[in-house]
Design a protein around this ligand. Structure first.
Ligand code: G1P
Length: 294
């Protein structure tokens, strides 16, 4: 069994929830202060040992490619001004030894279809999938945990967390089986966005997955599911029913940056965790709370 070196980032989604900001700009480049959302996901993958980044893009996403491409003109300008730290930061957005591949999803036919578009670039290898909207913060991040779980037992593994039972219709929800002594949960099925009374549990799958290449065969045979789209969760469900899927608990804190309030929460928490802003930002928040109390 070989090490996982490939990560797929489906970044073709339109981002209508963030209009007008996303009229001309990909939602994945919305910044958390000064770093685009998608860069957090890339850093998480690279920290887990990934060396090939495969972006599945769509219309209006060229800027994602530009962000991860070298910008020699900018680097030269920064050097000429003696701004070496900034130059190094820009240069190391994709560290040495890590490469990028861009694949187009020609039509928005769903997350499962987007992952299938990456098949030629992935080949016959296990790989991870990261949904950039789900931003993770913590000392241990889920991609590393997934890669480790796969190394112990090579199979499809999902990163999951408990959600408020009234929110099951927002997520892929697990039908969990037994949990072993390592905390590996066997998955008997997964339902995409079930209504509260149809949810088999309150364990939700969140934007981080490790797959064996078998997922591509299942995706190729799938009919459109919820919303007329090829759903990744439907493919996972088929594998789960054959006893081939496990889950582990997400070890980190997750922010839903596909949602405006989740995005705002991520900005607040990242600012509070940053030595440069923390004290001033806390003063500002205290001041605003005092003002609204009157
Ligand atoms: C996607 C997946 C869903 C998952 C969710 C959160 O849905 O289809 O199974 O629970 O991401 O990671 P989306 O939020 O893109 O509609």
């Amino acid at each position: 069994m070989s090490k996982i070196t490939k990560a797929v980032f489906p970044v073709a989604g339109s981002g209508t929830r963030f209009l007008p900001a996303t009229k001309a700009m990909p939602k994945e480049l919305l910044p958390i202060i000064d770093k685009p959302i998608v860069q957090y996901a890339v850093e998480e993958a690279v920290a887990a040992g990934i060396t090939e980044l495969i972006f599945v893009t769509g219309r209006n996403k060229r800027a994602v490619g530009d962000h991860f491409d070298a910008n020699l003109e900018l680097e030269a300008q920064l050097m000429a001004k003696g701004k070496t730290e900034l130059r190094d930061m820009v240069r190391n957005i994709v560290p040495e030894g890590v490469s990028c591949i861009f694949v187009r999803q020609p039509e928005p036919l769903g997350l499962g279809h987007a992952v299938l578009c990456a098949a030629p670039a992935v080949g016959d290898n296990a790989f991870v999938v990261l949904l950039a909207d789900d931003l993770m913060q913590g000392t241990e991040l889920p991609t590393e945990a997934l890669v480790r779980a796969y190394a112990k037992k090579p199979q499809t593994v999902l990163s999951v967390s408990e959600v408020d039972p009234k929110d099951t219709s927002k997520y892929g929800i697990l039908k969990p089986g037994a949990t072993d002594s390592d905390g590996l949960i066997s998955v008997e099925g997964i339902i995409e966005k079930p209504a509260v009374d149809k949810a088999p549990s309150n364990l939700a799958s969140f934007g981080r997955y490790v797959f064996t290449p078998e997922i591509f065969d299942v995706l190729r045979g799938l009919k459109p599911g919820a919303g007329g789209e090829i759903q990744l969760a439907d493919a996972i469900d088929q594998l789960a029913q054959a006893g081939k899927v496990a889950a582990i608990t997400n070890p980190s804190r997750r922010y839903d940056c596909g949602d405006k309030f989740g995005y705002l929460t991520a900005i607040v928490d990242v600012a509070l965790a940053d030595a440069e802003y923390r004290d001033r930002f806390l003063d500002l928040l205290r001041d605003r709370i005092a003002q609204t109390a009157h």
